[in-house]
Design a binder for this molecule. Structure first.
Ligand code: 5GP
Length: 120
């Protein structure tokens, strides 16, 4: 079972404006900001505004408007950054084996260089 949502997690604090982030996009359902420790020339995180721990939590509990809004926001962020032609990679770590560090669902957008084959 998914752990309960922790309102003290770092992305909850960013959503509340308690700590700064380099925001690139915001709408009713989603917020996007630069990763503090970028792993590619372009590394942005997109998070839903709702209190969801992980992809599992979101996909099982969020309503259709939240899910559609979030998926569209991820696409819009990449499009607005001009990444469609060169391409980009999406990654959502969920849980222990995936090394999810922050317990608020986030999708990484990596781009800006050839990223190589997928991880095994
Ligand atoms: P995860 O391993 O959970 O998928 O990725 C968490 C990501 O959040 C990491 O890439 C990490 O660099 C990023 N991160 C952690 N703390 C902060 C922060 O305070 N601000 C920002 N912008 N990114 C953070």
């Amino acid at each position: 079972a998914t752990q309960p949502y922790d309102d003290a997690n770092i992305f909850a604090r960013i959503l509340r404006g308690e700590i700064p982030a380099r925001t690139v996009y915001e709408d009713a359902h989603a917020l996007a900001f630069h990763d503090i420790n970028p792993q590619a020339p372009h590394h942005v995180l997109v998070i839903p505004k709702g209190r969801y721990v992980s992809w599992d939590d979101f996909s099982s509990r969020a309503n259709d408007a939240e899910i559609a809004g979030f998926v569209r926001a991820v696409g819009a962020v990449a499009r607005a950054a001009g990444l469609v032609e060169s391409g980009y990679r999406l990654l959502a770590n969920t849980g222990r084996d995936a090394h999810q560090e922050v317990p608020h669902l986030h999708v990484h957008i990596f781009a800006g260089r050839p990223l190589g084959p997928m991880l095994a």
